[in-house]
Write a protein that binds this ligand. Structure first.
Ligand SMILES: [Zn+2]
Length: 248
């Protein structure tokens, strides 16, 4: 019985995660609506999929373009407590029931999104990364750009890093991004991610198709792309890799 429950849980986790994710995105999209916190000139893009030169897709939850900046927003609908720091590989989602899950650090995830948004609109425009916790559980995360949904309006209004975009510039960035949007469906995007994960598992670089080879760095062994320094993709050694090394 225990095993069966485990299998069912494992099988339904991505579905549950997906559903939670969609709820979070809707909450943020609603909050970005200027009607909620006063009229403000802005351009809003929800659920944008960009495909890079290697055919890899990147799904961006929201892009908010305002006079004071361009924000690439990653929405997280974690439940319970969330612990993590800017540079840690994984964050911990700790449910009130005591269950813990390791989740990918959204700051790192969004860094990739920001990179591709920048590539589309050009280096003239500074892109700001923002992680929004739809369940207002960002309090244990000590990073300026990880905020609670309830603070989103205030954060965007008060944000000031000296940037002032004109209406023309806002329209330019908006149109450029919309015209670069892929016609890929969410389902195709998920297939694309699975393909990338398969490639990484088989030690094929997902960025350039090069081979991932074992290298030694300051903090130990890791896999790096054979096309380094042109391609800087790296992969950490898994427990499986370490066991194989010990027993081979
Ligand atoms: Zn590579």
């Amino acid at each position: 019985m225990g095993l069966l429950r485990k299998i069912i849980k494992k099988a339904t986790r991505p579905i549950r995660a997906k559903r939670h994710g969609a709820v979070g995105e809707r909450k943020v999209a609603r909050k970005l609506n200027p009607l909620v916190f006063g009229k403000v000139e802005h351009r809003q893009i929800n659920n944008l999929i960009l495909v890079d030169n290697n055919g890899k897709s990147h799904q961006i939850d929201h892009i908010e373009i305002r006079e004071n900046g361009i924000f690439v927003i990653e929405t997280k609908n974690f439940i319970g407590w969330v612990f993590g720091s800017e540079n840690s590989e994984k964050w911990t989602e700790s449910l009130y029931t005591g269950k813990k899950y390791q989740v990918r650090n959204p700051i790192k995830q969004n860094k990739t999104h920001c990179y591709y948004v920048s590539k589309v609109i050009g280096p003239k425009y500074k892109v700001n990364s923002l992680i929004v916790m739809a369940n207002d559980n960002a309090d244990k995360i000590d990073c300026d750009n990880v905020i609670n949904l309830k603070h989103l309006g205030r954060y965007l209004s008060n944000f000031d890093n000296g940037v002032h975009l004109t209406i023309e510039e806002m329209d330019y960035a908006y149109k450029k991004l919309i015209s670069s949007a892929s016609i890929m469906t969410n389902e195709e995007h998920i297939q694309n991610i699975r393909q990338t994960q398969r490639e990484i598992k088989e030690n094929i670089c997902p960025r350039c198709g090069g081979k991932l080879i074992l290298r030694t760095g300051y903090s130990g062994k890791f896999y790096g792309c054979s096309n380094y320094p042109k391609c800087k993709f790296t992969k950490k050694l898994t427990i499986f890799d370490l066991c194989r090394k010990i027993f081979s």
